[in-house]
Design a protein around this ligand. Sequence first.
Ligand code: ZN
Ligand code: ZN
Length: 149
Amino acid sequence: MALYYCKKCGRIAHEVFSEKRQICDCCKSIMFTVPQKYLDDELDFMIKNDLSEDLLREELVKTSLEYDQYLFDHRDEILSKQSAELDAKRAIGRAILEEQNRTVNCSYCGSSNVRKIGLFNRAVSTELWGLASKKIGKQFHCNNCGADF
Ligand SMILES: [Zn+2]
Ligand SMILES: [Zn+2]
């Protein structure tokens, strides 16, 4: 375990998956190892008791060329927005999975050998056949009897 800091936004984070390059989860910059003098002698992954993260930021982040005042001031905001977006993405992912796992049976012959008609296919058929397309509003195609429903 080691501690890393971002020169751009001041994010301080623990090593992730012991990869050589640590990427800041806030601004996607490459992070740097926190120098030993800031670290607790016994616990390498902790800031020394008498030093604070703020001091580290004052000394290492604000003095660096990469320092970005906007990112620094909005770091927490950006991070919480990102985690909200991540949650939203996960929720969408779950909904898609549920949709995919939903078993559908052909409403004509009852076969479960059914495939979903993708948006792409629907777009193509709209293009080819215009509004007269039988596939419009149809979501599934039965591979057994060939019906769309
Ligand atoms: Zn950063
Ligand atoms: Zn069928």
